[in-house]
Every structure is written in structure tokens, then in C-alpha cells.
Design a binder for this molecule. Structure first.
Ligand code: BJW
Length: 247
């Protein structure tokens, strides 16, 4: 399904801010959260994705994230055509292209996106809950891990953002949203704030165009000026080509 709501007027220059969610990585082999059969249909988020869950049962949180980290690191998980299209856009667009991903996978990084914010953190880092020290980490975490900075055991956790925690680099994100020519939302259901509220922030700026590229209408679909529905590996390269051809 392809819906265009006229008037559609993508810009020819200026800053582009692109919000991505789990849907962009689906065709790389990673699960989404809220689709049928998705992660939250198998495990309660209250049991694994809140600071309270980690305090209550850190071993359970570690098992959940160790399993997903291992899956993300598997050889068959590779960036797809949508990730690559955003790299091409960053290279060829005459203005700034900023990708703000909610995903904790590293597929945008591996595809080659340079101007990239992981607002919900990444799997490949661990953080000490006691002193906030962050280290690179690609292996399993456990409650016996000791922080190399403060020497405390038991506080090492994935450097991801759980419910009730503040997402990362919010000041930089809101600065970019408040002065962009185009806001693109790709592969996100629009259920989780503050990311779900970004389109409303952008709409306050009359000159900004907004577009949603998703498998189906998101919770905030009516707020976008333009929408294209289909698999990200099809809609994203096509949308990027359209933008670049209009230059
Ligand atoms: C495809 C596709 C294909 C599939 N091609 N598309 C009441 C009202 C408003 C807000 C709140 C409220 N109560 C609480 C809040 C705040 C809360 C919140 O939003 N809760 C909602 C549930 C209501 N938010 C927070 O707590 C956030 N922090 C915050 O607000 O800080 C401020 C604050 C702090 C302290 C006190 C007070 C205020 C933090 C949110 C953290 C989210 N963390 C997670 C886990 C990260 C680690 C991990 O990966 O385990 O982030 S939850 C999970 O959801 C993950 C995702 O990044 C996030 C968003 O999911 P996403 O990406 O949208 O995935 P899906 O599955 O939902 O959607 C996929 C989409 O893709 C679908 O639409 C498909 O159709 C589509 N699709 N295949 C294209 N091939």
C-alpha cells in the first residue's frame, strides 16, 4: 500500500532527521517488539526492561540481553538495503543527515552511517550502575562482573535505555528536530515516548516536511504529511532515490 497525502513537497536541501525503529532491522533477521510474535509477546517488558526489573532479578535481565546480544552478533545478521540507502543519502545530500535510532543493534553503524545517535543505547557497551562508567562489551554480562573503574561487583548492565530512564543525547536531538527541513520516521510503531512525539515537535516548524515509511500505519500516522507503507528494504531505497533525483 502506498499512500500519498497531497500536497507532498519534500525539500531539496537543509537538514534531514531520520528516526528509525525495529522495523528497519526486521529484514536483517532481528525481531521487532510489538508485531505479532515480537519480543514483547514472549517476555513481559516489566520483567526485563526496567531499572526495577534489574534490581529485582539481574540474572533474568542478563539472560535476556545476553541472548539478544548473541543473536545480533550472528554472522547472518547484516545491514539491509534500507540501512545502506540511508548511508547513500548521508553521502550525497547537500545538507546534514542525522539518523536517530531507537535500535540497540549496530546495523546503521555497520552499514556506514556516520552522523548517528543511538537514543536507546547499544548492545555493544556495558555500564556500571554504581559509577556510570561505560565500556565496550560484546560478550555476556553477569552479576559477578566487576567494574574496571570503581571496582564494584554486580552493577554492570547493558548500556541501553529501559522504561523510566532518560533516553540519550536528547538535547542534541531536539536541537536538530527544531531546525530540520525533513523528518522521516522509519520502521517504528510510534508507541514509545519521547521518540513517538518527535513528529509533533517537527510539525511546530511550518517549513518542515514529514514522512512515515513503515509496514503499516503507526500510532502517529495521521501526523505525517506523507506516508509509504511496505517493507523497509523497498520503501527506503525508493524514497532516498526520489530525494536524490530531485536535486
Ligand atoms: C516494519 C517492518 C519492515 C515491521 N519494514 N517496517 C504514558 C504516556 C506517555 C509516555 C509514557 C507514559 N507512561 C510512561 C511513559 C514513558 C515511556 C513510554 O513511552 N511508555 C509507553 C509504553 C507509553 N517512555 C520511557 O520511559 C522512555 N523514557 C522517558 O520517557 O524518559 C523521560 C522520563 C524519564 C524518567 C522519568 C520521567 C520521564 C524510555 C523508553 C525506553 C524504551 N526502551 C526499549 C528497550 C531498549 C532496549 C532493548 O532493546 O531491549 O526500546 S522498549 C522498545 O520499544 C525499544 C524500542 O527502541 C522501542 C520502540 O519500539 P519500535 O522500534 O517502535 O518497535 P515496534 O516493535 O514497536 O514497532 C516496529 C514497527 O516496524 C511496526 O510498526 C511494524 O509495522 C514495523 N515493521 N517490519 C518496515 N520489514
Amino acid at each position: 500500500m502506498n499512500i500519498l497525502t497531497p500536497p507532498v513537497s519534500p525539500p531539496r536541501d537543509g537538514r534531514i532527521v531520520i528516526l528509525t525503529g525495529a522495523g528497519i532491522s526486521k529484514e536483517s533477521g532481528l525481531e521487532t517488539f510489538r508485531d505479532a510474535g515480537g519480543i514483547w509477546s514472549k517476555v513481559r517488558l516489566e520483567d526485563v526492561a526496567t531499572p526495577e526489573a534489574f534490581a529485582r532479578d539481574p540474572e533474568r535481565c542478563h539472560a535476556f540481553y545476553n541472548m539478544r546480544r548473541a543473536r545480533h552478533g550472528a554472522a547472518d545478521i547484516q545491514p539491509n538495503a534500507a540501512h545502506h540507502a540511508l548511508v547513500k543519502l548521508e553521502a550525497q545530500w547537500p545538507g546534514e543527515v542525522l539518523v536517530v535510532t531507537q535500535n540497540v543493534d549496530t546495523l546503521h553503524d555497520r552499514a556506514g552511517s556516520k552522523n548517528l545517535i543511538h537514543m536507546h543505547g547499544t548492545y555493544n557497551q556495558a555500564r556500571c550502575n554504581r559509577c556510570e562508567h561505560v565500556i565496550p562489551n560484546t560478550g555476556d554480562l553477569s552479576t559477578s562482573d566487576v567494574c574496571t573503574a570503581c571496582g564494584e561487583a554486580g552493577g554492570m548492565r547493558p548500556n541501553v535505555v529501559w522504561f523510566g530512564e532518560m533516553p540519550m543525547e536528547m538535547a542534541r536531538i531536539y536541537d536538530a528536530l527544531s531546525d530540520c527541513a525533513l523528518f522521516l520516521s522509519i520502521g517504528t510503531s510510534g508507541n514509545v515516548y519521547p521518540a513517538a512525539g518527535f513528529v509533533a515537535v517537527v510539525r511546530k516548524h511550518a517549513a518542515a516536511h514529514t514522512a512515515e515509511l513503515n509496514l503499516e500505519p503507526s500510532a502517529g500516522a495521521t501526523l505525517f504529511a506523507e506516508a509509504h507503507y511496505g517493507p523497509a528494504t523497498e520503501t527506503v531505497p525508493a524514497y532516498v532515490e526520489g530525494l536524490l533525483q530531485s536535486l
